[in-house]
Design a binder for this molecule. Structure first.
Ligand code: ZN
Ligand code: ZN
Length: 334
């Protein structure tokens, strides 16, 4: 089977034939049908996780189960599934014993141990697989396994109340889904973007208003009345700091889902006088993923996807790195 193998950091991934993996007890083998590319894959490419090589990345994989390891009782051959990032926790640490989110477990198993979705066949822990709703295509389901799941949990973690005004900062792969999920939950939703050429599309996706960020997206948002919730998916610490300083209404919450290389600056006087909150957020437990998938299956959220053949993986990674992927790139495999 073919896989895109990282043999050296910062070098092109090698598309090569590798031996077919065999599922161990508790694992399944998935024939990958679609696989999304996430900004985090760029961090993997640059070696910031310091994982042993060779390695196959890709954490938005969906496909069909073709083999079951021993003891897999709940899944069947032919099931349509996707695998999320944290597939299996250690089961023994205090976090696991308390049944907390497996993302917090230091011994969690993910694509990092088993190999990711940039391959024709992929191993996954059965308990890390989620069944796809009937009415969702593979290509639409793929980006929900990281981008959609992450922003849906981010929205939940902001604890929206009826009447809250939500602003999305950063309107790419994650942000365009955050916008649609917020709208689907009936919240007034604003988009804050520096890209003037996205205004029409963002309105078509359901933004009540699109605010052009200019030099200071915080001031731009404040001029538009501010927000109770900001869902931030940008990697710019400067923009997060500006929006936290000026764009939130009193008691507002900024949910940070971007990996910012620079530190986020917070003015402590502003923090205490406004009683605002900065919330870090990745993925909550699996019910958020199921709900996020269902909203796509119901047609209330539509990922905006550019689809590519698998053998274009290096070109697409470079496009993503150069900021040329408008929303989400997904590879389709047969
Ligand atoms: Zn991701
Ligand atoms: Zn654990």
């Amino acid at each position: 089977m073919r896989a895109a193998v990282i043999t050296e950091y910062n070098k092109n991934w090698e598309l090569k034939n590798v031996s077919e993996p065999v599922p161990s007890a508790g694992q399944v083998l998935i024939k990958i049908k679609a696989s999304g590319m996430c900004g985090t894959d760029l961090h993997v490419h640059h070696g910031i996780f310091e994982l042993p090589l060779p390695l196959v990345a890709g954490h938005e994989p969906v496909g069909e189960i073709v083999k079951l390891g021993a003891g897999v009782l709940d899944l069947k051959i032919g099931d349509r599934v996707g695998a999320c990032w944290a597939q299996k926790a250690c089961g023994r640490c205090e976090i696991c014993q308390s049944k907390m989110n497996p993302m917090y477990c230091q011994g969690q198993q993910s694509w990092m141990q088993l190999g990711g979705g940039y391959s024709e066949l992929m191993l996954a822990w059965a308990e890390g697989c989620t069944l796809l709703p009937e009415k969702i295509s593979y290509i639409d389901a793929a980006p929900i396994f990281c981008a959609g799941y992450t922003v849906f949990s981010g929205l939940r973690n902001a604890a929206p109340r009826p009447g809250d005004r939500v602003a999305i900062l950063g309107l790419g792969g994650l942000g365009h889904l955050a916008l649609q999920y917020s709208k689907a939950l009936g919240l007034e939703t604003l988009a804050v973007t520096a890209q003037e050429n996205k205004v029409k599309e963002l309105k078509a996706m359901g933004a009540h208003e699109v605010i052009l960020a200019g030099e200071d997206p915080g001031k731009a948002l404040a001029n538009a009345g501010g927000a109770n919730i900001v869902l931030s998916t940008t990697n710019s610490a400067k923009q997060v700091s500006q929006v936290f300083a000026a764009g939130l209404r009193p008691e507002g919450r900024l949910v940070n889902m971007g990996v910012c290389p620079e530190p986020i600056q917070i003015n402590s006087m502003n923090l205490l006088t406004t009683q605002t909150k900065l919330i870090g957020s990745t993925q909550n437990d699996r019910k958020d993923l199921v709900e996020a998938l269902n909203l796509v299956a119901q047609g209330k959220v539509k990922p905006v996807i550019e689809s590519h053949p698998f053998d274009k993986i290096n070109e697409v990674r470079e496009r993503l790195s150069a900021g040329k992927v408008r929303y989400r790139a997904v590879f389709s495999l047969s």
